[in-house]
Design a protein around this ligand. Structure first.
Ligand SMILES: [Zn+2]
Ligand SMILES: [Zn+2]
Length: 277
């Protein structure tokens, strides 16, 4: 069946253009003229880790796949951290993701890799989606009051995440300190976390090994794991969806798995799911 081309989503196109131009032109220009401080780089690293894990552990493994449970306040922390990554509310992100697994490589797959690298990387976001497309998949999510709370207040959540580096930078260095920290730890970090996440939908469905099965286009890519906290072992993940690990071997680089396991040791995560074999 021919894939349907939908109307363009100009709001998303403009937002992504601002982030991309800011990161690729604004950040190097600023660095050339003024240079970034140690505080800027520290905030950049902290927010890359916090927001990246908010997506991989929070949005992906906990909410989309119910790979483990946790207390409500821990879930709120993950919902805030995931929201700061500017990848949409958990309701939308996880609804899309559950659909991706259910109809992988088919027309209804929101980031169908058979439509090419750019479509699965980010092109799919630039088309208006069918508003009812996730109805079959997000029923459980809609019954969760914390997920619905984050969905309702998604814009203030995003703004708080962008304000944070500005405020931290401004406290230490005034307006210029705020701008500098915002550019590196806000704009540049958002651009990099977005693109590392996108690589899972594009690279990990086009290049890599398929040691666990060939029922769909998913592939393992160790180097994508290095920038996505372990999500590159995507072939394993597609075969064993609910496993809290994406890299099942002890030597696999999977910091998301390490975080969930560490939380479980101090009682902040429980009911960890593993492949039963
Ligand atoms: Zn998944
Ligand atoms: Zn996938």
């Amino acid at each position: 069946m021919q894939a349907v081309t939908r109307p363009r989503d100009y709001q998303t196109i403009i937002l992504f253009s601002i982030v991309t131009l800011g990161a690729m032109i604004g950040v190097p220009l600023y660095a050339y003229h003024y240079d970034f401080t140690t505080l800027d780089w520290t905030m950049f690293a902290v927010l890359y880790i916090v927001t990246g894990l908010g997506i991989t552990v929070g949005y992906h493994r906990m909410i989309s796949h119910r790979a483990f449970d946790c207390p409500g306040w821990v879930k709120v922390c993950f919902l805030l951290a995931g929201g700061w990554a500017l990848q949409n509310s958990a309701l939308k992100w996880c609804g899309d993701h559950i659909r991706h697994h259910a109809v992988c490589d088919e027309n209804d797959d929101p980031y169908n890799a058979l439509r090419g690298f750019w479509y699965s990387h980010c092109g799919w976001l630039f088309e208006k989606g069918d508003p009812g497309a996730n109805a079959k998949y997000d029923g459980k999510l809609r019954k969760d009051p914390l997920i619905m709370w984050q969905h309702r207040y998604y814009v203030p959540v995003v703004l708080s995440g962008l304000a944070l580096p500005f405020v931290v930078g401004a406290i230490s260095g005034g307006w210029m300190g705020g701008l500098s920290c915002f550019l590196l730890a806000g704009v540049c970090r958002t651009f990099l976390v977005l693109n590392s996440t996108f690589c899972i939908n594009s690279v990990c469905h086009i290049w890599g090994d398929q040691p666990y099965g060939t029922k769909d286009s998913s592939r393992d890519s160790w180097w994508v794991s290095l920038i996505t906290f372990g999500e590159g072992y995507h072939n394993y993940h597609h075969m064993y969806l609910r496993d809290y690990r994406n890299g099942p071997q002890w030597y696999n680089f999977d910091p998301s798995k390490w975080l969930v396991f560490s939380l479980s040791r101090v009682g902040l995560a429980y009911n960890l799911q593993r492949r039963s074999s």
